[in-house]
Design a protein around this ligand. Structure first.
Ligand SMILES: Cc1cc2nc3c(=O)[nH]c(=O)nc-3n(C[C@H](O)[C@H](O)[C@H](O)COP(=O)(O)OP(=O)(O)OC[C@H]3O[C@@H](n4cnc5c(N)ncnc54)[C@H](O)[C@@H]3O)c2cc1C
Length: 349
């Protein structure tokens, strides 16, 4: 067992967007940061759609697979509603690699293949070693080990499946979202173009086996036949849909990103919030370390609630209504404008 007696200022658990952004900021300020990542490389299952609404620095243009200018949302009867937006689709592994590379360049040390196992006084135990650290950041995703070791309950989650399809005809610069109880109970089907003849086609559901629903969607109906292409990649994963946890800090432990329930409970989008929270966590940690005052860490929770509390609470209310409407396609058809973000009605209530 490798024992690291070196005292780190911060130990970050997870090298996803939340963890890497936090680590980069703290390391940039000259503090000693260790990142422990369970996997041997970056590989988060994701569609990789990122909305351009915050001033986000893209690590490398080559990770962008397509630009998105429009979202087309289909009702169960296949009538649709178009909404202009501004975003892009990234190759998620490359995107995460860019962020972890930046953390490394700033001086953070990253240990791959090192899942967190225990939090011990003054540090953590991981597979093959121990490390000491003043502050621990749980950025280890929806099934956060950090959170469960701190006594937090499991989060409510949705399960997702996605194929990367080639040889199909996606709409140009348009993502397509399908609501239908038969194909996506509790969630929706997404199509994100990655080129002229390729797209990521996925589904998120709150119960059942997502891959079976996805298969049913892409090869089971005349209208979706245009997505019946060559499958070049399959991924599956989960995301939190229960909203922000009751607490985001526990002593010297901060929870950031999906581990804290920061993904939108309706859309499932979580990259922007994870990165925003990583930035706030990083800045708060630097302030606490510079003043040698760990009480300052509680400012993280206050700032996050001020920024994300209202939109996530609204989405959580919508999620509860959506769950009710999934009783039938008729209910879904009637109420979708109140429940989906691209409709004006969503923002009125
Ligand atoms: C199929 C799918 C599609 C999605 N599509 C989109 C989308 O298009 N747009 C969007 O905004 N969001 C999307 N999301 C949600 C998005 O992926 C997450 O909200 C986002 O990745 C959260 O970032 P994070 O850094 O908090 O967590 P993650 O990206 O999950 O990173 C957590 C990291 O912690 C590591 N880890 C886990 N346990 C341990 C441990 N014990 N020890 C050490 N390391 C550990 C993991 O390996 C991982 O690298 C999607 C999710 C899924 C499942």
């Amino acid at each position: 067992m490798g024992i690291s007696l070196m005292e780190h200022d911060v130990i970050v658990i997870g090298a996803g967007p939340a963890g890497s952004v936090t680590a980069a900021l703290v390391a940039q300020a000259g503090f000693c940061v260790l990142v422990l990542e369970k996997n041997n490389s970056c590989r988060s299952p994701c569609a990789g759609y990122i909305s351009n609404n915050i001033n986000m620095e893209i690590p490398d243009e080559s990770v962008v697979q397509s630009r998105i200018k429009k979202m087309r949302t289909y009702f169960p009867d296949l009538s649709f509603h178009d909404f202009e937006l501004n975003g892009f689709v990234v190759d998620r592994s490359s995107f995460d690699r860019g962020l972890s590379g930046k953390a490394k360049d700033e001086g953070a040390r990253i240990r791959w293949g090192s899942p967190l196992q225990e939090i011990v006084p003054g540090g953590v135990k991981f597979r093959d070693g121990m490390a000491q650290g003043k502050i621990i950041v749980g950025a280890d995703g929806v099934f956060s080990k950090t959170a469960s070791l701190c006594g937090f309950e499991k989060q409510k989650f949705a399960v997702c499946a996605q194929y990367h399809l080639k040889g199909i005809k996606p709409l140009s610069q348009t993502c397509e979202i399908f609501f239908n109880k038969e194909f996506a109970p509790g969630g929706y089907v997404w199509i994100y173009p990655t080129g002229n003849d390729s797209a990521k086609a996925g589904v998120g559901v709150t119960h059942g086996y997502p891959r079976a629903y996805l298969e049913k969607f892409i090869s089971g109906t005349p209208f979706s036949a245009r997505f019946d292409g060559r499958k070049t990649e399959y991924i599956a994963g989960a995301l939190p849909i229960g909203g922000l946890r009751e607490k985001l800090c526990c002593g010297n432990v901060l929870l950031v990103g999906d581990s804290a329930g920061m993904a939108d409970p309706v859309t499932g989008a979580g990259i922007n919030n994870a990165m925003l929270a990583g930035e706030i966590a990083g800045k708060t940690i630097v302030k606490a370390l510079e003043s040698n005052d760990m009480e300052i860490l509680s400012e993280y929770e206050t700032k996050i609630r001020r920024l994300l509390g209202k939109p996530i609470t609204r989405a959580l209310e919508k999620r509860k209504m959506l769950d009710v409407c999934y009783a039938s396609n008729e209910l879904l058809q009637e109420n979708l404008p109140e429940l989906w973000v691209t409709f004006r009605q969503y923002w009125e209530i």
